[in-house]
Design a protein around this ligand. Structure first.
Ligand code: NI
Length: 189
């Protein structure tokens, strides 16, 4: 089932999400719905707060980026309760980033090039792995969502100032989107 994506301005995007416990009802269906929702909106990552659910689940399907990043062919990841360790002395790389919850914008964001994470898969098996490059960036972006952080929090003050009106329009519901969204009703001001 395709779910509406919550846009910037919705309070759930600013909450710290809760951990998922084993036995969480209909978890597999929820994950399937998240993949379907992400794919119809051409996203490469989606965190549960973006569908209005304040829980620590992330889905990633990076296959569509394989032309620019061949190493991402076939990469699909379901992360439950991910914990992110920045690799010590990690260098940061700046690249353009966007977000399904902030349509029509992309901005350069500095992220660690290499991160180690541990997480549970949908069967609650534990995993630990180090990721690099663009996949490490996607993981950092999505894990930020679980802590109520958006990529626009991580850009320079001058860039923030430059996109302020566009951000306000999104929060006010004055944005058109190709995918199904949940946003404020347009308010006349
Ligand atoms: Ni996002």
């Amino acid at each position: 089932m395709i779910l509406p994506i919550y846009l910037y301005g919705q309070p759930v995007l600013r909450k710290e999400a809760e951990e998922i416990e084993p036995g969480y009802p209909n978890l597999k269906q929820l994950i399937a719905d998240m993949y379907e929702t992400m794919s119809q909106s051409d996203g490469v990552g989606l965190a549960a707060p973006q569908i209005g659910l304040s829980k620590r689940i992330v889905v990633i399907d990076a296959d569509v980026l394989k032309e620019s990043f061949p190493e991402l062919a076939g990469v699909k990841l379901t992360l439950i309760n991910p914990e992110l360790d920045i690799i010590e002395d990690g260098k940061k790389v700046t690249r353009e980033e966007g977000c399904l919850s902030i349509p029509g914008l992309s901005e350069p964001v500095a992220r660690y090039e290499k991160v180690r994470i541990n997480w549970l898969d949908e069967d609650f098996n534990e995993h630990e792995q180090t990721f690099e490059g663009f996949l490490a960036r996607i993981i950092q972006h999505e894990c930020d969502h679980l802590d109520g952080i958006l990529y626009t929090d991580r850009i320079s003050p001058i860039r923030k100032q430059l996109i302020r009106n566009k951000m306000r329009n999104i929060a006010d519901g004055k944005v058109n989107c190709e995918y199904k969204v949940k946003q404020q009703k347009h308010q006349k001001r």
